[in-house]
Ligand binder design. Structure first.
Ligand code: MGD
Ligand code: MGD
Ligand code: SF4
Ligand code: MO
Length: 768
C-alpha cells in the first residue's frame, strides 16, 4: 500500500507543489509535480525529484553528535545540550555576549523554524556578531530597497506573466529557477513571455541557458552593470524618455538628482568598460521606454559585485524612470498573506564591525569579516560560533582561512543534518528532522512571489520517539543562551514567544483582529504549538485573514489545511504609497549614501574604461585592522588578464545537495570554463588540470573550453570541495571539485552593504 502526500518543495525559491508517494514504511517511492497546485500546476525540476534520495540519505544524522577525544560521536539530546550549556555559559561569563557569533545559512529561509525561531535565538544571545548568507547574496538589494522604499523587505519583483519586456541582469532563472522572483516553472514562463510576443534581454558575461533563449544577449564585462544602467538612465534623460507615470508622479522624490548623477555616464563613454556597444545600450533604453509594460530584474551577478548596492538601486531607478514600478507588467510589490509588523524607516550602519569597521545592515555584519573577528585578539573577539543551516567554509570568502579559524574556536555548535566542511569542526552537532517530518509554509517567498499565494504543507511523516523538531532545538539553544540549564521546558519557552507575537499583533491597528484581547486570541489558537500556532496567528491577523472572526471566509491555517494545493490570492496589485515607509513617505530615488558612492564608480570607469582591458574590481580594499574610507582598486592583484565569475548547475544546490548520487549523473561539474582563445593563449585544453590563483588563494580544477563565456572571463561553480578531513558526505567527497571561495578575497566588498565580491575576481590561470 502506498499513500500520496502533497508538499511544497523547500529546495529553491520556486515553491513547486509536489505529489509524493510513500510506502508503508514512509519511504518515498515517487515524486511528481502536483498538477493541482495553484501556482506550479505540475512543474517539477530535477532537484525536486530527488527529495526521496535526500530523505533516505544514509549520511544524514539521526542523532546529535558531541566531540569526545577529538571525534564526533553520537550522543543523546540531553548530553548534547549539556555540552552546549557548559561551554557556552563559560564563554559568555568570561568574555561577554559578543564572544559568541551566529551564522545563519540559506535553508533558514526555506523552513518555518528558520523564519520564526532563529530570531528568538539571536536575540537571546545578545550578540552583535550576527552573520548570514545574505551578505554573500542579496544584502545589497535589501539595502537599496531600504533606502528607496524605507523597508529592506519591500523588494519589487517582475510581474512576469503580464510583462512585454523582461531585462535580466546577472541571473540565470532557467537554471536557478529564479531568485527574489518566486515563480514555479520559470523556464515555461519565459517561453510563454516570448510566445505572447514579449521580449527577453539577458545581460550576462556568460551565454547561459537563459541567455540562449533570449532575443538579445549582452555579454557584459563582469562588475560593470552599474555603468551600463547609469548609461541607460543617461539615455532616457538625454532623449527625453523619462516618464515615471501618473501613478507614481506624486510619490517620487529625487528624479532630477538621479538624472544629474547620470550625466558622466554616456553610453559612448561606458561602452568599452562594459564591453557593450553604445548603440546597444541606447537601444535598450529606448526599448524600455517604448514598451507598454517592461521590467528590469537583477540578481546574483548584480549583487555579489563591487558595486552591488549601486547596481541593485539602479535596477529600480530604471523601473521608476520608465514608469514601470508598481504597475502591472512592471516591477510590483507582493502582498503576502501573513501579518507583518509595521516597519520603521530603514536604518543602516547603526554599528560597525570591530576589526574592519564594516557597516551593520538588517541587523547583521558582513560575513566577509567573520574570519577577522575570530582571529583578531581584543575585547569582543569571537570565541564561539553557532551555525544554523549554514556552511560558511564552502560558501563565504576566504574559505580556506575561515576553515582554519573555525577549527581553533572554543565552541562550535552546528544545527545541521550533515557533517560538512563546517560542521566537522563542531563540538556539538544538532540534526533537524527530515523535510517530510515537518510542516512547511513559505513566509519568505510569499513576499517575493509573482502572484499572491498561500500554501501550507502539513508534516507527512511523524517525528520518531525522542526526535526533536528544529524549532525545539532552536528554542532550547535560546533558553541556554539566556543562562538556563538543560533540561529546558520547550513549551514554556514557546509560550513566551507566542506572547511576544500576540503583543506585537494586537499593538498594530492595521492587523485584522476581532478583538485586541491577548487572552481571547490565545484561546482561539489553542490546540496548536510551535511554528504552526504562530503561523495561524499571522495568517488570521494578515491582510487576507479571518481576523479571528471579523472577516468570514478569510484565511486561517485550518483553511489552508483544507486546501493542500494552495490558495491563489490573485495577481499582484499596486501598493504605492501604502508600501512606503521612508520618513518622507515617498520613494527616495536619490538616497544620500548611494549618491555619495557614485564618485567611486566614476573613478572605476576611468580605470577600466581607458583601454577596456584593466581588470580591477573597484571594490573597497580595507586592510585588516583599519578601515579606509576611501575606495581603492585592487591594483597589484595577481592576474594574467582573466576575471572569475561563478555559476550554478541545475542539479546541485549551493554546497549541500552534492550527496545525492543521481544529481551529478557522474559528470564532473566543478570545471573552470574558459574561452577557446584564452585557453589557447595559456596552453590549456579541455580536460587538463589548471591552477586558478587569486590574491586570496589557489585551487586546481579541470578545464572546460567553451565559447559560452566572453573572452577574458572564466567561471567556476561554488559549493564544491567536500573531500576535507572529517567530512561525512560519502558521495560528495568522491565527486571531486574545489572550494571556489578559497579564491574570494574577504577584503573585497561592496562598501555600502559590506556584501562580499564573489563575481569579478582578478585571477591568473596556468596549467597545473
Ligand atoms: N563563490 C560563490 N559563493 C557563494 C555563492 C556564489 O554564487 N559564488 N552563492 C552564495 C549564496 S547565493 C548563498 S545563498 C550561500 C549559501 O551559503 P550557506 O547557506 O552557508 O550554504 P549552503 O550550501 O546553502 O548550506 C546549507 C547548510 O544547511 C544544511 N541544511 C539543509 N537543510 C537544513 C535544514 O532544514 N535545517 C538545518 N538546520 N540545516 C539544513 C545543509 O546540510 C548545509 O550544511 O552561498 C553563497 N556563496
Ligand atoms: N540549480 C540551482 N538552483 C539554485 C541554486 C543552486 O545552487 N542550484 N541556488 C539558489 C540560490 S541560494 C540563489 S541566491 C539563486 C541565484 O539565482 P541566479 O542569480 O539566477 O543564479 P546564478 O546562476 O548565480 O546567476 C548569476 C548570473 O550572473 C552572471 N554574472 C556574474 N557576474 C556578473 C556581472 O558582473 N554582471 C552580470 N550582468 N552578470 C554576471 C553569471 O554568469 C550567472 O549567469 O539560485 C537558487 N537556485
Ligand atoms: S524548481 Fe525549486 S521548488 Fe521547484 S521542484 Fe525544483 S527545486 Fe523544488
Ligand atoms: Mo542564495
Amino acid at each position: 500500500m502506498t499513500r500520496t502526500v502533497i508538499r511544497t518543495c523547500p529546495l529553491c525559491e520556486a515553491t513547486c507543489g509536489l505529489s509524493i508517494e510513500l510506502d508503508d514504511a514512509d519511504r518515498v517511492v515517487a515524486v511528481r509535480g502536483d498538477a493541482e497546485d495553484v501556482f506550479s500546476a505540475g512543474y517539477l525540476c530535477p532537484k525536486g525529484a530527488t527529495i526521496g534520495e535526500l530523505e533516505a540519505d544514509p549520511d544524514r544524522l539521526t542523532a546529535p553528535r558531541v566531540r569526545r577525544d577529538g571525534r564526533l560521536v553520537e550522543a543523546s539530546w540531553e548530553e548534547a545540550f549539556e555540552e552546549v550549556a557548559t561551554r557556552l555559559h563559560a564563554i559568555q561569563a568570561e568574555h561577554g555576549p559578543d564572544a559568541v557569533a551566529i551564522y545563519l545559512g540559506n535553508p533558514n529561509v526555506h523552513t518555518l523554524a528558520g523564519q520564526l525561531y532563529v530570531r528568538p535565538l539571536a536575540r537571546a544571545l545578545r550578540t552583535t556578531n550576527v552573520y548570514s548568507a545574505s551578505s554573500v547574496d542579496q544584502l545589497p538589494k535589501h539595502v537599496s530597497c531600504g533606502y528607496l522604499f524605507g523597508d529592506p523587505l519591500a523588494i519589487p519583483v517582475p510581474d512576469l506573466d503580464r510583462t512585454d519586456l523582461l531585462v535580466v541582469l546577472g541571473g540565470n532563472p532557467r537554471v536557478s529557477n529564479g531568485s527574489l522572483m518566486t515563480a514555479p516553472d520559470l523556464p515555461g514562463r519565459l517561453t510563454a513571455l516570448r510566445r505572447r510576443g514579449g521580449r527577453l534581454v539577458v545581460v550576462d558575461p556568460a551565454r547561459t541557458r537563459t541567455a540562449e533563449r533570449a532575443d538579445v544577449h549582452l555579454a557584459v564585462r563582469p562588475g560593470t552593470d552599474a555603468l551600463l544602467l547609469f548609461a541607460v538612465v543617461h539615455t532616457l534623460a538625454e532623449e527625453g524618455l523619462v516618464d515615471v507615470g501618473d501613478h507614481l508622479g506624486d510619490h517620487v522624490a529625487g528624479v532630477d538628482e538621479v538624472v544629474a548623477l547620470a550625466a558622466p555616464f554616456a553610453p559612448e563613454r561606458v561602452a568599452s568598460a562594459c564591453g557593450i556597444d553604445a548603440s546597444a545600450i541606447r537601444s535598450l533604453a529606448r526599448e524600455l521606454a517604448a514598451a507598454d509594460r517592461a521590467v528590469v530584474y537583477g540578481r546574483l551577478g548584480t549583487s555579489t559585485v563591487a558595486f552591488g548596492t549601486t547596481t541593485s538601486w539602479l535596477v529600480d531607478v530604471v523601473n521608476v524612470l520608465t514608469g514601470n514600478l508598481d504597475r502591472p507588467g512592471g516591477a510590483m510589490f507582493p502582498l503576502p498573506a501573513h501579518h507583518r509588523p509595521p516597519r520603521r524607516p530603514f536604518r543602516h550602519a547603526r554599528r560597525h564591525s570591530r576589526v574592519r569597521g564594516l557597516p551593520e545592515a538588517i541587523g547583521e555584519f558582513p560575513v566577509a569579516t567573520l574570519y577577522d573577528e575570530i582571529v583578531t585578539p581584543g575585547e569582543g573577539q569571537v570565541r564561539a560560533l553557532i551555525t544554523v543551516a549554514g556552511n560558511p567554509v564552502l560558501s563565504t570568502p576566504d574559505g580556506g582561512r575561515l576553515d582554519a579559524a573555525i577549527a581553533g574556536l572554543d565552541l562550535v555548535v552546528a544545527v545541521d543534518p550533515y557533517i560538512t566542511a563546517t560542521s566537522r569542526h563542531a563540538h556539538v552537532v544538532l540534526p533537524p528532522p527530515r523535510i517530510l517530518q515537518r510542516g512547511h509554509y513559505d513566509l519568505a517567498f510569499s513576499g517575493l512571489a509573482i502572484r499572491n499565494i498561500a500554501n501550507h504543507s502539513s508534516a507527512a511523516v511523524p517525528l520518531e520517539d525522542g526526535q526533536l523538531d528544529e524549532w525545539e532545538i532552536l528554542l532550547t539553544l535560546a533558553a541556554i543562551a539566556l543562562g538556563q540549564s538543560p533540561p529546558i521546558e520547550v513549551d514554556a519557552a514557546d509560550a513566551f514567544v507566542l506572547h511576544q507575537a500576540l503583543e506585537a499583533v494586537v499593538a498594530d491597528p492595521a492587523a485584522r483582529l476581532v478583538t485586541r484581547e491577548v487572552e481571547e486570541l490565545r484561546t482561539q489558537l489553542a490546540g496548536r504549538r510551535g511554528p504552526e500556532r504562530l503561523l495561524d496567528l499571522l495568517l488570521r491577523a494578515g491582510p487576507y485573514g479571518d481576523g479571528f472572526g471579523s472577516h468570514e471566509g478569510g484565511l486561517s491555517l485550518a483553511r489552508l489545511e483544507a486546501n493542500p494545493h494552495g490558495i491563489d490570492l490573485g495577481p499582484l496589485t499596486p501598493r504605492v504609497p501604502a508600501v512606503l515607509t521612508t520618513t518622507s513617505g515617498r520613494i527616495e530615488l536619490a538616497p544620500e549614501p548611494i549618491v555619495a558612492d557614485v564618485a567611486r564608480l566614476e573613478r572605476h570607469l576611468e580605470v577600466v574604461g581607458s583601454d577596456g582591458a584593466g581588470q580591477t574590481t573597484g571594490a573597497v580594499v580595507d586592510g585588516a585592522g583599519q578601515t579606509t574610507g576611501a575606495a581603492q582598486t585592487t591594483g597589484a592583484a595577481t592576474t594574467n588578464g582573466l576575471v572569475l565569475i561563478g555559476r550554478r548547475h541545475l542539479r546541485t544546490n549551493n554546497s549541500w545537495s552534492h550527496n545525492v548520487a543521481g544529481l551529478a549523473k557522474g559528470q564532473q561539474l566543478c570545471t573552470l570554463r574558459i574561452h577557446p582563445d584564452d585557453a589557447a593563449a595559456r596552453g590549456l585544453a579541455d580536460g587538463v588540470a589548471a591552477v586558478v590563483r587569486s590574491a586570496a588563494g589557489e585551487v586546481t580544477v579541470p578545464v572546460e573550453v567553451t565559447d559560452a563565456l566572453r573572452p577574458g572571463v572564466v567561471s567556476l561553480p561554488h559549493g564544491f570541495g567536500h573531500d576535507l578531513d572529517g567530512v561525512e558526505l560519502t558521495v560528495a567527497r568522491d565527486a571531486g571539485g574545489a572550494n571556489s571561495n578559497v579564491l574570494a578575497d574577504r577584503h573585497l566588498v561592496d562598501p555600502i552593504s559590506g556584501n562580499a565580491v564573489l563575481n569579478g575576481l582578478d585571477v591568473e590561470v596556468v596549467p597545473a
